[in-house]
Design a protein around this ligand. Structure first.
Ligand SMILES: Nc1ncnc2c1ncn2[C@@H]1O[C@H](COP(=O)(O)OP(=O)(O)O)[C@@H](O)[C@H]1O
Ligand SMILES: O=c1ccn([C@@H]2O[C@H](COP(=O)(O)OP(=O)(O)O)[C@@H](O)[C@H]2O)c(=O)[nH]1
Ligand SMILES: [Mg+2]
Length: 220
């Protein structure tokens, strides 16, 4: 990947909110962001971009100059510097627009730090709103330990989970609070089962003018 340049330095965003719709999906580790995004993709035709997945892909990419750094940050549950994450997101969005003509994005697990929220909205595109999944730590911890049995992730262990919770409270919740103060947060309780949580998501989306895609099957 070319050296990062220009991130956060643009005077105007790459895209306007009319050209590209971005919904940030936030919530603690294990709140259910990925699970709900999968449902939204199938019903609303969003392109799902998980910042964590993009980082893990870059970490494992042969020859990546950021691999070791990303590995350390993820194990420690801290937030990778914005120059890397925003560039990965921007490249993935450009790809999706060129290949799949996508302009509706769910950005999952980003922004987790205020400076990254500001830089992304200033240099890539302002978000339409943030979908925030609210979930108590004990529920998230149980889910993550269970996920850790099969995820193979280096951070689904109790030591990393505790660090991730601390990062979430100290670094990521300020992002949600700022967006909330701007009236740009849709907050959904994420403690019930996946389907019940998704019902609440759909209700909230409808109130914001977002409707599922009606698949019309043409009889040949
Ligand atoms: N509403 C839910 N109730 C119970 N388990 C859930 C729920 N949503 C997700 N899970 C499970 O909890 C774990 C974390 O879910 P995931 O969607 O990966 O969350 P996140 O992306 O926020 O970390 C996964 O094992 C998933 O299957
Ligand atoms: O914008 C981001 C998103 C993720 N991460 C790192 O990637 C890890 C895993 O993020 P992911 O969203 O995959 O975890 P989840 O919340 O889904 O368990 C985080 O703990 C961070 O260390 C990051 O640095 N910046
Ligand atoms: Mg996730």
């Amino acid at each position: 990947m070319p050296a990062i340049e220009g991130v956060g330095m643009r005077e105007t965003p790459l895209w306007s909110a009319d050209e590209v719709t971005v919904i940030f999906v936030l919530g603690g580790p294990g709140a259910g962001k990925g699970t709900q995004c999968a449902k939204l993709v199938s019903d609303y035709g969003f392109k799902h971009l998980s910042a964590g997945d993009l980082l893990r892909e870059e970490q494992d990419r042969p020859g990546s100059e950021f691999g070791e750094m990303i590995k350390t940050y993820i194990k420690e549950g801290t937030i990778v510097p914005m120059e890397v994450t925003i560039k990965l997101l921007e490249n993935a969005m450009k790809d999706a627009r060129e290949k799949d003509k996508k302009s509706l994005f769910l950005i999952d697990g980003f922004p987790r730090k205020l400076d990254q929220a500001h830089a992304f909205e200033k240099s890539v595109v302002p978000s339409k709103f943030t979908l925030f999944f609210d979930c108590p730590e004990d529920v998230m911890q149980e889910r993550l330990l269970n996920r850790g049995k099969t995820s193979g992730r280096a951070d689904d262990n109790l030591e990393s989970i505790k660090k991730r919770f601390r990062t979430f409270v100290e670094t990521s919740m300020p992002v949600v609070d700022e967006f909330e103060s701007q009236g740009r947060v849709v907050k959904v309780s994420a403690t019930r089962g996946p389907d019940e949580v998704y019902e609440d998501v759909k209700t909230n989306f409808k109130e914001r003018g977002l409707e599922p895609i009606k698949l019309t099957f043409v009889q040949n």
